[in-house]
Design a protein around this ligand. Sequence first.
Ligand SMILES: Oc1ccc(F)cc1Nc1nc(-c2ccncc2)cs1
Length: 345
Amino acid sequence: ECRLALAGLRNNVSQAECSFAPAFARQMVRDLNAREEKEDREEELEESDTNEGILFKEELQPQDYEYREGRDYELCDLLKQGSFGEVYSIRDKSSGFVCAAKKVPLERFRSEEVGSWSALQSPHVVELFGFVREGRSVILFMDLKPGTLGQSLAERGRLHEDLSLHYMHQVLGALEHLHKRRILHLDVKADNVLLSEDGKNTFLCDFGESERLDLNGFSPFQALKGTETHMAPEVARGEKRCAKADIWSSCCMLLHMLNGCQPWTRYYSRPLYLKIAEEPPPLREIPPDCSPHTADVIKLGLHGDPSRRASAKDLRVQTAKALKQLGGLQSPARGGAYQEPIRKP
Ligand SMILES: Oc1ccc(F)cc1Nc1nc(-c2ccncc2)cs1
């Protein structure tokens, strides 16, 4: 009782104010403070020294069951910086193997990122090589790719219709794989799609916002998540969400590829989620020069009502048909002349 009383005393009054307490109580408060500070320091030391995780890739070679930055691998280039943390290319010092690594502050790390990702094995989902908690950070290792679809879009302005459909078809294949396993990505956008060297293949990455769906196909969460311009109306309204939220986002990404700019941004200023929650689907953003089948893909994927919105499987069939109608992929997947983004139509 004495410790609790003193703890309460310490919390409620400062040392000076407790002059009425006998001398031994003052000494006891001092001893308690000293002990707590010592425990905090030890905990800090223990935390900063922590190194634990799982590595699936044999080229990432731990020493004594630890994988430490600087000792076992070195950071090479900073590839991406965001609110989530940083993405680097790294090199294993024993094997020389190079891959990508995302460093996330411990307090921002969500176990779903690893939980969801490690359950996936798809040609269009980037491979997770493992993860390590080191001190106050979690480092996730994955296959290194030359860049993102977002970077390619920034360089090229906007993409040809056939290439846009080609990428959309692969991303829908990845989403079909995720949704079959009741995983919701919740941040589908060009910045989270990696490209192969020849630009012909895409790999969905960044499961930092992902959620598990319950047996009815719904997520238990309602907090606003993802990138505003690609947010489904039900998510913007904080309603229950299901796999169809990713379908809406994938069509926002298709509009981004076709127009060279993100939906809503040519018509509204931020914050956008209130507009997305109230306005009809942005079908007016379908570019006038795109084929009717491509327009159908967007209309099927941008239904305001998730239950009427197409599934990844169905939208993928429609996308394949639209691409076939165009004669398949003809445009160059790499390089290609810059195409001015479409201003407000
Ligand atoms: O979620 C991750 C977990 C581990 C990683 F190493 C990376 C990511 N996420 C992202 N990586 C990139 C990127 C990768 C490689 N080159 C350019 C960009 C863009 S988003």
